[in-house]
Design a protein around this ligand. Structure first.
Ligand code: PLP
Length: 409
């Protein structure tokens, strides 16, 4: 290998094998178009796993990056900066929150939220109020605390001993929460739609019931909106469509449109527990990340863009349903906005990955969410012509997929 001859095989020789990336290497993107080293074109419906909310290289994000890049990149938290204060104002003006803590990823935002919950209880003179209720199948990130809050033991069990005091109960099962919760519970953490777990939406009465239980036991209700946030569901944040206001909300992914940034949003009263020195991170609220996020957030947070997300949802659901009438691969197409999950039927159980691999051969990037769900998280402003082109490529992939699964004679 030299600097001009980079190949996929270099990944295996150079990188910690924590991922097994596709065999091709994308080199350029524009909107929902992507090209690999060989010049092959892809329609990108994966969106960097719900991150590239404006697609690739959107001029608004590029301009913010270039302008701030020429001004000031980084300071450290001994100084504040203009872009971060602007972004904090945007976030608090548009949500329930009064205060923001910035970090670099979804996991870090959740880590901050869980630490805040324990600190608040301690500050209130209840050091024993440490219990956290989380849900089976949930995903909250990969730090030790957040992977322990996640409800998929395969991600946490190899790293034991894990932090204590986290109990998991079935998602959408309010009675199970009512059985588990007590005055020793400091927080309930929940995704309004479980993303990695299979694009499973919460029932409205479940989230409303959680709110009531948290109020009764003085526990914080933490909404993990890392995947659902910043317009993904057709609302700025999913909590807005459920009519349930959390105490703490975490956001990342789409917030930077591809530039790494995360944030924890909360109220004045709760934020007071994070006094100077309590928590921090070198890059949190870095001017470069904040400037890009500010531009992306401003672009998305308009009635037109949000209505466009809902419109594209209908268009995708109709289009995929039409294909499914022909191929009978999915039992259900669910989710909200442009967080869509297609559940494989029993005939194709466990084969979501095979379908997405065929799709990439046809020039279409899709995701999975577990072995049985094909997931789509495209740009929130993907042009309809690209959706049409994507669906045509999906049709070709489904044709090959169904044929490859036919009983051999
Ligand atoms: N929370 C949710 C709901 C997520 O979907 C993810 C990532 O997929 C995370 C947290 C972790 O975010 P990050 O990978 O940025 O740490």
């Amino acid at each position: 290998m030299n600097e001009t001859n980079i190949q996929r095989s270099n990944f295996d020789s150079l990188m910690v094998p924590a991922y097994s990336p596709a065999e091709f290497i994308p080199v350029r993107g524009e909107g929902s178009n992507l090209w690999d080293q060989a010049g092959k074109h892809y329609i990108d419906l994966a969106g960097g796993i719900a991150v590239n909310a404006l697609g690739h290289a959107h001029p608004v994000a590029v301009q913010a990056l270039q302008e701030q890049g020429n001004l000031l990149w980084h300071l450290g938290n001994g100084y504040t900066n203009e872009p971060v204060l602007r972004l904090a104002k945007q976030l608090t003006a548009s949500t329930f929150a009064d205060k923001v803590f910035f970090c670099n990823s979804g996991a870090e935002a959740n880590e901050a939220a869980l630490k805040l919950a324990r600190k608040v209880a301690r500050d209130n003179g209840q050091p024993g109020k440490t219990g956290i209720i989380a849900f089976n199948n949930a995903f909250h990130g990969r730090t030790l605390f957040t992977v322990s809050a996640g409800g998929q033991p395969k991600y946490s069990e190899d790293f034991a001993p894990l932090p204590k005091g986290i109990e998991h109960v079935p998602y959408n099962d309010l009675a199970a929460v009512a059985d588990q919760i007590s005055d020793e519970t400091c927080a309930v953490i929940v995704e309004p739609i479980q993303g990695e777990g299979g694009v499973l939406p919460a029932d409205a009465d479940f989230l409303q019931g959680l709110r009531a239980l948290c109020d009764k036991h003085k526990a914080l209700l933490i909404f993990d909106e890392v995947q659902t946030g910043v317009g993904r569901t057709g609302d700025l944040y999913a909590y807005m469509s459920y009519g349930v206001v959390p105490d703490v909300l975490t956001t990342a992914k789409a917030l930077g449109g591809g530039f790494p940034i995360g944030a924890m949003l909360t109220t004045d009263a709760l934020a007071a527990s994070m006094s100077p020195g309590t928590h921090g991170t070198t890059y949190g609220g870095n001017p470069l990340a904040s400037a890009v996020a500010g531009a992306v957030f401003k672009f998305i947070n308009t009635p037109d863009v949000l209505e466009g997300v809902r419109e594209r949802n209908r268009y995708f659901v109709e289009g995929i349903s039409r294909l499914n009438e022909k191929f009978a691969v999915f039992t259900e197409i669910r989710g909200a906005g442009l967080l869509l999950g297609c559940q494989m039927n029993s005939r194709f159980s466990g084969k979501a990955k095979q379908l997405t691999t065929l799709a990439s051969e046809e020039g279409l990037l899709l995701l999975i969410a577990g072995p049985n769900v094909v997931r789509l998280t495209p740009s929130l402003i993907i042009p309809f012509a690209h959706i049409d082109e994507g669906l045509q490529r999906l049709e070709r992939a489904m044709t090959r997929f169904v044929a490859s699964q036919a009983p051999q004679s």
